[in-house]
Design a protein around this ligand. Structure first.
Ligand code: SF4
Ligand code: SF4
Length: 715
């Protein structure tokens, strides 16, 4: 019999403080659940309720309601409490869980020991509320979360009651707010990936006061199997790492106990088996769980054994039905998504073919705020302004809808990660523009913000790639001299956290941007070796310093020589496979684009050659943080402003207005040329004849072979 009577243990004043978070939706036994938590003397008990009309809470002084305006999945509700919690530790308790006195003692002992693990608990097996179904189910759960748990590297506990240090979010992030189930499994995989230990403590016991009837249990199993399959299908990189902690023997037994009676009936009906033989086999199959799942059946009492025998085939059936229904749904939705994406590709093809101003690539400056003050920054005049200008989410929603589908959406700044809503910006762009890639450059200073925001973006991504590029200006001393003290140390820490994420999110690509300039040119090409060794990035973007005031300004030969040597050293690393960055889908195109693009930029800047008609203003646009729209970062001609509710503020109107039309024609007629990498990327892909060179390299399998930079003018 579990004990839930209140006995307040003596707490040392130096003991770490505790916050308790309870996610709630709908009716719950608030007084009972909260009453059992009072002996913990927590700093606060945060009830995170996303019901339209939350249940009135008992008048306990430390209990506080956080009412979430929209229905939240369990992870989102827990996060709401976690983010407001003040204690050193957070205890998450589900609304249908009553902590035992034993568990309260465990929590106090655990807090005093100050460990850094995820401490999961178990359900009691002998609560007075339980019926024989609940007893059998809790025995089964103990098998999964205690015995099987300890056998797996990627293992998980049930988040019905879990205790952890509050600051662990810095190491592993918060719960995934988008998962309807398996949010406990997902956070455990991230915890293990981040080196956080996870343990199950048998004395951390709670009564599960959700009492199942036979029908409830079947519905619950069927629905959970359905959701589990759907979750796994939508997040294969995460969930394929972990089993559901049911051994193959158990699973086989569950499924065969449901299928075999049907088969036997069929065989007996067709007179292939006699009724006697079929009956004998049937009896054997019915009793087989006693052997195949003996770990559950042997310790159970006779009544639970009999209940289990009856439940077993029914559970097998509901699991199979749930998984089958989920498969039908997920595969048909995937097919519909693919068909819809064909329409997106057709629209992009139309834009590339007709070139009437609707872009395939956007560079969007989402802030001009920055924590650093680099000498070379083109924002340095505005960085210290009181109101540097930023578009809110409503504006972004409107503009991205007007932009429609693009291939590449590049965010820029300032320091984009200074925006706390960066993950919301990412979500809006994914929904409205469906780009193949979103790229975000950063100075890498804010490890925690960058890690948490990147994780949130990855959790909400259904398709496409996310590229985070950290700017590195040279070896540590040079980088710090340009960017400020400790900049190198900060970016290194951020890089390591992102690398850790990449182990479980392959859609995350990590790049280094380095700009060859007057201050650092002597560091090249050796600095490329250092980048390769230290960072092992997916890609190194070697950029050339440009004068944004004067696109025709000459770059000194010493800097150009350093640029050339840096590119050649990068090629060497790719050829010698010390950088193996392009093995992903589409990697051959990116690789071919890089080598063709660098060759073009070098020819423009070294020999003042016109290499290709520029697609800026036709296929690429820049949107500044104050809403101005330009063809590129180099030409001062602004063709409109997206801020405002007038028709002329509509993005698709702006890019088709007279100013844009004149500018497009002028760019081509005047053979405009410069080294601006973003426009040159799109030129390389879609501006003839250089695009032909690129696609020939891709299609003939030569994309990884180096493209030597010319020694002399090539025209
Ligand atoms: S980090 Fe970038 S935005 Fe910030 S000051 Fe330096 S160059 Fe400018
Ligand atoms: S070449 Fe293209 S990117 Fe460069 S200044 Fe001209 S239009 Fe802008």
């Amino acid at each position: 019999m579990s004990q839930t009577a209140i006995q307040t243990p003596v707490i040392a004043s130096s003991a770490p403080t505790l916050s308790i978070v309870i996610p709630v939706y709908g009716a719950w036994q608030a007084t009972r659940v909260l009453g059992a938590l009072l002996p913990l003397a927590a700093l606060e008990i945060l009830v995170c309720d996303s019901s339209p009309a939350p249940v009135a809470l008992p008048d306990f002084p430390t209990v506080r309601l956080i009412h979430l305006q929209q229905r939240a999945f369990p992870g989102a509700a827990r996060n709401a409490g976690w983010q407001q919690a003040r204690g050193d530790y957070v205890l998450f308790v589900d609304a249908d869980v009553v902590l035992t006195q034993e568990a309260c003692h465990f929590v106090h002992r655990h807090l005093a020991a100050n460990p850094h693990d995820l401490a999961f608990g178990l359900y009691t097996q002998d609560c007075a509320d339980y019926n024989s179904i609940c007893r059998f189910i809790t025995t089964m759960q103990r098998q999964r979360f205690e015995q099987e748990f300890s056998r797996n590297h990627f293992r998980y506990g049930q988040s019905s009651h879990v205790l952890m240090r509050r600051d662990l979010y810095k190491k592993m992030g918060y719960f995934n707010p988008h998962l309807r189930m398996h949010e406990d499994k997902e956070i455990c995989i991230r915890a293990i990936n981040a080196g956080v230990d996870i343990n199950v403590y048998p004395e951390f016991l709670a009564d599960h006061i959700k009492i199942f009837s036979f029908i409830d249990l079947m519905k619950d199993h069927g629905y959970k199997s359905y959701l589990a399959r759907e979750t796994q299908f939508n997040n294969p990189d995460i969930f394929n790492k972990v089993e559901n902690q049911l051994s193959t023997r158990f699973k086989t037994s569950l499924i065969t106990s449901f299928i075999s009676p049907i088969l036997l009936l069929l065989l007996a009906g067709l007179n292939i088996l006699s009724a006697k033989v079929a009956g004998g086999i049937f009896l054997g199959m019915v009793l087989s769980p006693l052997l195949l799942a003996h770990e559950i059946f042997i310790p159970s009492r006779l009544k639970e054994k009999l209940t289990g025998i009856l439940l077993w085939p029914c559970m097998g059936a509901t699991i199979c039905i749930g998984v089958m229904l989920a498969n039908v749904r997920v595969y048909s939705r995937a097919l519909i998504r693919k068909i819809r994406y064909v329409a997106v590709l057709a629209e992009l093809g139309k834009r590339v073919f007709f070139r009437r101003g609707m872009p395939v690539s956007i560079i969007h400056f989402v802030t001009s705020r920055c924590n650093l003050r680099c000498e070379h920054c083109f924002y340095k005049e505005t960085l210290d302004l009181k109101d540097p200008g930023e578009q809110d989410l409503l504006q972004l929603e409107k503009t991205t809808r007007e932009i429609g589908p693009v291939l590449w959406y590049a965010l820029g700044g300032g320091e984009p990660f200074l925006r706390n809503d960066l993950h919301d910006i990412h979500r809006i762009i994914m929904q409205n523009c469906q780009p193949m890639m979103i790229s975000i450059p950063t100075n890498g200073w804010y490890t925690e913000k960058t890690y948490i925001n990147t994780l949130r973006m990855l959790q909400q991504m259904q398709r496409g790639a996310l590229t985070i590029q950290i700017s590195v200006d040279g070896p540590k001393t040079i980088h710090d001299a340009i960017r400020g003290d400790d900049s190198w140390q900060h970016l290194l820490k951020t890089w390591q956290k992102l690398k850790e994420l990449q182990r479980i999110y392959p859609q995350l690509s990590l790049g280094i941007i380095t700009v060859v300039n007057h201050t650092n040119y002597l560091s090249y090409p050796d600095f490329i070796d250092e980048i390769t060794d230290t960072f092992q990035p997916n890609q190194i973007s070697i950029n050339l310093i440009r004068d944004t005031e004067n696109r025709n300004a000459e770059v000194p030969h010493t800097v150009l020589d350093a640029y050339k040597s840096a590119i050649e050293r990068y090629e060497w690393h790719i050829q010698h496979k010390t950088l193996t960055a392009f093995g992903y889908l589409g990697g051959a195109i990116v690789r071919a684009k890089e080598s063709v693009q660098k060759e073009l930029i070098y020819r423009v800047m070294r020999f003042n050659e016109f290499v290709t008609p520029c697609t800026a203003g036709a296929l690429t646009y820049v949107i500044w943080e104050d809403g101005r729209v330009n063809a590129c970062e180099m030409l001062p001609d602004t063709v409109g402003n997206i801020i405002g509710n007038n028709p002329e503020n509509n993005f698709s109107t702006i890019v088709k207005n007279e100013k844009s039309d004149i500018l497009r024609k002028k760019i081509v007629a005047e053979e405009c040329k410069c080294s601006y990498e973003c426009a040159m990327t799109i030129n390389t892909l879609f501006s003839w004849p250089v695009a032909g060179k690129l696609w020939f390299r891709v299609l003939s399998g030569k994309s990884s072979s180096p493209l030597p930079l010319p020694e002399t003018h090539t025209r």
